[in-house]
Design a protein around this ligand. Structure first.
Ligand SMILES: NC(=O)c1ccc[n+]([C@@H]2O[C@H](COP(=O)([O-])OP(=O)(O)OC[C@H]3O[C@@H](n4cnc5c(N)ncnc54)[C@H](OP(=O)(O)O)[C@@H]3O)[C@@H](O)[C@H]2O)c1
Length: 290
């Protein structure tokens, strides 16, 4: 029996935990901040439910084969106690979150070869603790190494397209390019449809161009037309769709602004690349949200 603990059973974490719990050969524990009895997921193929063991304090936990962390990036520090309890000498850790800094925050806890960074494309929303709507089967991409391949195997029984990629860095920066443009929606508090305004689209392209320059300096293989691809993607989305940065700001929650835009500024500075547009949206959103 493979033992697995998922920290952060929100939209992504709850969906993944419920799917993994469908395999009787996996023992799934959920480490929650807000407790619940069952996971009930409306998936594209129908409803699934699961009744994993739910822990609410690290004192209940002990080392497992796999830890999956799916908290928002700003909740890394608050998950420290869970990692302390769950990570043993053989434990592998998968990091399911946005951004390009999956591995770094955990290197003091376990070596890089036991950490699996994951680019998640599973659109999901949580209505209440344990109650989630999964909009598409979606996909997860991880590096093509021993730990990545072992992670893929965990999902063999699910409809989620979990696969390895030989160039994880590029995948992560491509997702970042899409996400960094979404800061404009969070700034003006308007959903995706605002991108049909060409002036707004050009602001988004500018954010993405900076992301492309910094990503290339970091070693990602990013296409020249990525800014236009991102705009086409936003224009193809339902006009009323709201990205998570926008949703978090509108709800007065903390935001993944540093992971989505601040990182471009920080890494740009390291390479001597100017990123004034991303610096500006970070400053404006932070000031507006105060
Ligand atoms: N949602 C999507 O469609 C989507 C798609 C692709 C990527 N992502 C990325 O995936 C990551 C997770 O996003 P999400 O939408 O799933 O977020 P979410 O719905 O807010 O879920 C985060 C979960 O983490 C829990 N949590 C926070 N601190 C914790 C702690 N110390 N111990 C235990 N649990 C803790 C929260 O608890 P509470 O229940 O108390 O709030 C919540 O259940 C983010 O990086 C996001 O950008 C999301």
């Amino acid at each position: 029996m493979t033992t697995l603990a998922l920290i952060g059973p929100g939209a992504v974490g709850g969906t993944v935990a419920a799917w993994l719990a469908q395999n009787p050969d996996l023992s799934v524990v959920v480490c929650a901040r807000t407790p619940f009895e069952t996971l009930e997921i409306e998936t594209p193929g129908g409803a699934i439910s699961a009744r994993p063991t739910v822990f609410t304090h690290p004192s209940q936990a002990s080392p497992v084969d796999w830890v999956l962390i799916a908290t928002k990036t700003y909740d890394t520090a608050s998950a420290e106690g869970w990692l302390e309890a769950l990570v043993g000498p053989q434990t592998r850790l998968a990091v399911l979150r946005n951004g390009v800094e999956h591995v770094e925050p955990f290197l003091d806890r376990l070596p890089a070869e036991r950490i699996v960074p994951a680019v998640v494309d599973i659109p999901a929303e949580r209505g209440a603790p344990g109650r989630i709507v999964q909009r598409r089967d979606g996909s997860i991409k991880v590096p093509d190494d021993a730990a990545g391949r072992a992670f893929v195997a965990l999902f063999a029984h699910t409809p989620i397209a979990v696969s390895t990629t030989p160039d994880f860095k590029t995948e992560a920066w491509k997702k970042l390019a899409l996400n960094c443009a979404g800061a404009v929606n969070a700034l003006v508090l308007k959903p995706a449809g605002v991108v049909h305004d060409e002036a707004i689209a050009e602001v988004m392209r500018t954010l993405v161009r900076e992301c492309v320059a910094v990503g290339r300096a970091e070693g990602a293989d990013l296409a020249d037309d990525l800014p236009d691809t991102v705009i086409a993607n936003y224009r193809g989305a339902p006009a009323d769709s709201v990205n998570s940065l926008h949703a978090d700001r509108a709800a007065g929650r903390p935001m993944e602004l540093d992971a989505r835009n601040g990182v471009i500024v920080r890494r740009g500075a390291k390479h001597g690349i100017a990123t004034p547009a991303n610096a500006m949206v970070v400053a404006l959103i932070n000031a507006a949200a105060e």
